[in-house]
Design a protein around this ligand. Structure first.
Ligand code: SF4
Ligand code: SF4
Length: 211
């Protein structure tokens, strides 16, 4: 009897949901719109003069908790500024172990590495998830997130006080109360002389003067 009731109840749930639209999609054929803060892959950027921003300073490689960033670089003279600076020879980021902490973006002093906000293309072999230097520069053409090293570091700074508040004099701390004088104990009264009984005085023999 219990089984029959359970089956009827289950059929009721099926009948209730049979007309509803599915809540799942056929990923990757259908890709849902992502939230503004959605982050997926990475890109390396160039500056306005077309120079690579990355100088191979190793900051991102050192901070990465998953240790998945590897690079090598050489110092050369910049054709734009004429100064010596580092240029990447190789840069790889292995997405198979990325935890999307964004620390690599945050520490970059040149805003050279940023994240994308478009869904990462699915990989069918492990190598598809390794971002080479060429892939990273290609990704710079895709929609990027707003967060770069400068903006993310600004968010970490404590809020500055308002100017009026900053100019206000700092009140001096109140003086500590002087402790009350400790009362000196009154001197103990001298003991009263013990009266000599009259009978004893009379009994005392009179002193005789020397001849
Ligand atoms: S976001 Fe990924 S690559 Fe960047 S520091 Fe975190 S784990 Fe490393
Ligand atoms: S922190 Fe920035 S500049 Fe330094 S190696 Fe990484 S991407 Fe390049």
């Amino acid at each position: 009897m219990g089984y029959l009731l359970d089956s009827i109840r289950a059929l009721g749930v099926t009948a209730k949901n049979i007309g509803r639209k599915p809540v799942t999609v056929q990923f990757p054929k259908v890709i849902r719109e992502r939230q503004e803060r959605y982050r997926t892959s990475f890109a390396l950027l160039k500056d306005e003069q077309g120079e690579e921003r990355c100088v191979g300073c190793l900051a991102c490689e050192r901070i990465c908790p998953s240790q998945i960033i590897h690079m090598s670089s050489t110092k050369k003279e910049s054709p734009v500024t004429g100064k010596k600076r580092g240029y990447l020879d190789d840069f790889t980021l292995d997405m198979t172990a990325c935890i999307f902490c964004e620390l690599c973006v945050q520490v970059c002093p040149f805003d050279a590495i940023v994240m994308l906000k478009v869904p990462h293309e699915p990989g069918y072999v492990r190598e598809d998830l390794v971002l080479t230097m060429a892939k990273l520069y290609e990704n710079a053409e895709k929609p990027l997130t707003w967060g770069n090293g400068t903006k993310l570091m600004e968010m970490q700074e404590p809020p500055k006080p308002a100017p009026a508040q900053a100019a206000a004099p700092v009140p001096a701390p109140a003086a500590a109360p002087v402790p009350a004088a400790v009362p000196v104990p009154a001197a103990a009264p001298a003991p009263a002389p013990v009266p000599v009984p009259a009978s004893a005085a009379a009994a005392e023999p009179a002193k005789t003067e020397a001849p």
